[in-house]
Design a protein around this ligand. Structure first.
Ligand code: PGA
Length: 222
């Protein structure tokens, strides 16, 4: 069986001390062979947190990227700076970035040619630029219905399967092999059912990933 991908997106829930504390706790968890784990802390703490996970199989990823090379991009996050900190992947176009930025998907035109790995969030299938995607490096998609994010209203398995199936068929049309995660109020009580679906390659967890017992519960649910 392919490993399921579990990403903890800490958003801006944790301050510096809390982020370091949580990182140290997570780095001590015995992670099963069935899962691949990534955590996405606040950008300000990426470097230090990356060092904490250095000796583990857990990958530290960025929450957003706004351009590829170093250039005038005040307040932005560039691939060159992320690579400089040995951060090999970023979330792109998360719903919260979509509110803040006019067209967060646009950065894909810059980062795909330089093969920078990313997790592209989408709510509508037409937000996925299938023609730009490639099998040449690892790309991950995450279906995140906005009404389910941070609301406690998880999408039903039938709904998740229906959307993921549609996206998988489309990916097949483009001969793309790209995993699709689900995100939106995933918690330790619903993660098993979601992760057990053949249409779901993993989960992108927000709030529940910032609490060690909840995150551990999700990691142990498959
Ligand atoms: P949530 O967030 O798990 O808190 O709903 C998911 C996400 O936005 O990535």
């Amino acid at each position: 069986m392919k490993k399921k991908i579990i990403i903890g997106n800490w958003k801006n829930y944790l301050n510096y001390q809390e982020s370091i504390h949580l990182s140290k706790k997570i780095s001590k968890i015995n992670i099963s062979n069935n899962v691949r784990v990534m955590v996405s802390p606040n950008h300000l703490y990426l470097n230090e947190i990356n060092q904490i996970f250095n000796e583990t199989n857990i990958e530290v990823i960025a929450q957003n990227v706004t351009s590829s090379e170093s250039k005038s991009d005040t307040g932005g996050i560039t691939v060159s700076n992320l690579k400089n900190l040995n951060i090999k992947r970023s979330i792109v176009a998360h719903s919260e970035s979509r509110i803040r930025e006019k067209n967060p998907q646009k950065v894909l035109e810059e980062i795909i040619p330089i093969a920078y790995q990313f997790v592209l969030c989408f709510e509508e299938i037409d937000q996925i630029p299938f023609n730009l995607l490639t099998n040449k490096f690892e790309i991950i998609l995450a279906y995140e219905p906005v009404w389910a994010i941070g609301t406690g209203e998880t999408a039903s398995i039938d709904h998740i399967n229906e959307i993921h199936k549609k996206v998988k068929l489309k990916l097949e049309d483009f001969s793309l092999e790209i995993p699709i995660l689900y995100g939106g109020s995933v918690n330790p009580s619903n993660s098993r059912d979601i992760l057990e679906s053949d249409y779901v390659d993993g989960v992108l967890v927000g709030g529940a990933s910032t609490k060690i017992d909840h995150f551990e519960g999700i990691l142990n649910s498959i």
